[in-house]
Design a protein around this ligand. Structure first.
Ligand SMILES: *Cc1c(COP(=O)(O)O)cnc(C)c1O
Length: 220
């Protein structure tokens, strides 16, 4: 547990998969974590973080960005269309583009600002009714639609079903990305990031294995 342990496990997994050192970026998922735990990881030199809630990110990151140079924050939680404007101002990347209405909203914002965060399309690889994400059968058309809006789609993201072997889901996401000419693969969490790296992940999203368990009861 802890940042250094996760970084060395990522290095070993890159090696084991025959991948270049540094080809996998660690997103330290800091949602809901006590501020002192996140500050300790910032002080250790980690620059890339993930957040799930726009409001929470807005309350924490402006001050830390002023204090720690070179920080980047990625949005990895579901994004409501009415929070899109705040999100494009807060995040370097959004991993949860999952519907045409959000794509249009982001395209309008990008035109007005002359800039857009990097985008990942979330795919519901397990076709779970309660889960966000484009269904696999609709993915190619959705990527084409987003590209038609000039959106900077860099890759795909998935969260495999909790009760299944994640490896086939990671392999499916990699295949869909390759087919669409996308190089980014946001997949793998605390329990399965090594399997994701073996399948080609470029971004792993690791929270509790770095910071410890999240305590949602303390959320305001
Ligand atoms: C919370 C979260 C993570 C991190 O989960 P851990 O199991 O704590 O590593 C990764 N990805 C997404 C989309 C999340 O919501």
């Amino acid at each position: 547990m802890g940042l250094q342990d996760i970084l060395s496990r990522i290095t070993k997994a890159e090696q084991a998969a025959g991948r270049a050192p540094g080809s996998v970026q660690l997103i330290a998922v800091s949602k809901v974590q006590p501020l002192d735990r996140v500050e300790a990881v910032l002080a250790e030199g980690q620059k890339l973080f993930g957040e799930n809630y726009v409001q929470e990110a807005a309350s924490k990151w402006p001050a830390w960005r002023a204090e720690f140079a070179g920080v980047a924050v990625h949005m990895i939680g579901p994004l409501q269309t009415n929070k899109a404007k705040q999100a494009v101002e807060l995040f370097e990347a959004i991993h949860t583009l999952d519907r045409p209405s959000l794509a249009s909203k982001l395209a309008n914002l990008a035109q007005a600002r002359g800039a857009c965060p990097d985008l990942f399309v979330q795919v519901n690889t397990g076709e779970e009714p309660q889960k966000a994400g484009v269904l696999p059968a609709a993915l190619d058309a959705f990527v084409a639609e987003a590209r038609g809006m000039d959106l900077p789609v860099q890759g795909l993201m998935c969260i495999p079903p909790e009760d299944e072997d994640p490896a086939p889901h990671f392999a499916m996401l990699a295949e869909m990305a390759a087919r669409n000419g996308l190089s980014g693969l946001s997949m793998g969490m605390s329990s399965d990031f090594e399997a994701a790296i073996a399948a080609g992940a470029t971004h792993v999203r690791v929270g509790s294995a770095i910071f410890g368990a999240r305590d949602y009861s303390t959320r305001g």
